[in-house]
Design a protein around this ligand. Structure first.
Ligand SMILES: Nc1nc2c(c(=O)[nH]1)N[C@H]1C(S)=C(S)[C@@H](COP(=O)(O)O)O[C@H]1N2
Ligand SMILES: [Mo]
Length: 327
């Protein structure tokens, strides 16, 4: 794939994927199933499959509501899939691309329980066939002060939650990542201080915001393992660590749930984690960010924006809150 950035909608991302032919949904399911088998057989092929993503997805472009797409240059596929944070596979940015193929993602299901009228389980097939997928082009701003622009494929978390009928006591949504030490070498590391599984959470109104996306693909195809296959959360106005990968459980709760980074270092990482150039991390400034692709000679440093540029869509959620206290 070309490294040259391009502007949406000059070339729809669906056209630059090697397979530009959209399969019908049933074919897609078959393709996903077939692709999973050789993964375990041949090592070199497994890496390729892990880094290139899987089957083409059928989706509608991000049009209509404000914030659903940006005209900024997309970050190239190779950068998005080779520079990752997914501590289950190690803490080096390259570790997820190296090792995430060791995680099996088929079959996969997500349990939804807690404060809901109809607790239950969603199989990945139900997700892919039961929700209208859309392409959303979002900025992703990591708390470490780098950022990307990603063409995700997904559907609103609100659509998923509605199926399970949240009760009036549901005030928060808690998420958990798969925890399978056999397939996640980072969780077996002697140096890890994380209390696995990786956990995240949102307030109910944040979860219901139309920007909040359950994500199953990027650049027109199913998610590469290192980016959180087969299903992850994307919350574009918050620091990247809120966008929890490879989700297996969604629990609605009446109390604010514990979250991984807040547990590890509560002074440095808060529950809200809204992108904010005026509230610095205790160890570094949050005023600017390195937009990928970025290099020593072309750092591509740009100013960081309040709520990552999504203030028109989300600022009302925090009216009257002291953002320096609720960081
Ligand atoms: N389960 C899990 N989810 C995770 C992480 C992780 O280590 N484990 N890292 C987070 C961080 S810090 C960021 S910046 C984003 C990165 O997503 P990407 O690698 O797809 O760009 O994933 C988030 N989700
Ligand atoms: Mo991050």
């Amino acid at each position: 794939m070309s490294k040259k950035p391009f502007r949406y909608p000059e070339i729809p991302s669906s056209e630059i994927t090697p397979e530009s032919v959209y399969l019908r949904r049933r074919d897609l399911m078959k393709a996903a199933g077939l692709a999973a088998v050789p993964l375990l057989a041949a090592g070199s092929r497994a890496v390729t499959a892990a880094t290139t993503g899987g089957a083409p997805l059928e989706f509608a472009p991000a049009i209509g509501e404000a914030g659903f797409k940006t005209t900024e240059d997309l970050t190239p596929f190779d950068d998005i899939t080779s520079y990752c944070n997914f501590y289950e596979f190690g803490t080096d940015k390259k570790d997820p691309a190296r090792y995430a193929h060791e995680m099996s993602v088929d079959p996969w299901s997500v349990v939804v329980d807690g404060e809901v009228g109809k607790p239950g389980k969603l199989n990945l097939e139900d997700v892919l066939s039961g929700f209208d997928l859309q392409e959303r082009i979002y900025r992703l701003r990591c708390v470490e002060a780098w950022s990307m622009v990603v063409p995700w494929i997904g559907f609103p978390l609100a659509d998923l939650l509605a199926r399970f009928e949240p009760t009036s006591k549901a005030r928060y949504v808690a998420f958990e990542t798969l925890y399978n030490p056999k397939e996640m070498r980072g969780t077996r590391s002697f140096t890890t201080t994380i209390d696995w599984p990786y956990r995240e959470g949102l307030r109910m109104d944040e979860a219901m915001n139309p920007l909040t996306l359950m994500t199953v693909g990027l650049y027109g195809k199913t998610l590469p393992n290192q980016n959180g296959a087969p299903i992850r959360l994307v919350v574009p106005w918050k620091y990247g660590f809120k966008s929890i990968k490879s989700v297996v459980r969604i629990r609605l709760t009446s109390k604010q749930p514990p979250t991984t980074w807040q547990d590890l270092a509560p002074r440095e990482y808060g529950f809200y984690a809204n992108v904010n150039p005026d509230v610095d991390h205790p160890r570094w400034s949050q005023a600017t960010e390195r937009r990928l692709p970025s290099s020593l000679f072309k750092p591509n440093r740009i100013p960081t924006r309040l709520f990552n540029g999504y203030a028109p869509q989300v600022a009302h959620l925090y009216k009257g809150m002291d953002l320096a206290r609720y960081y």
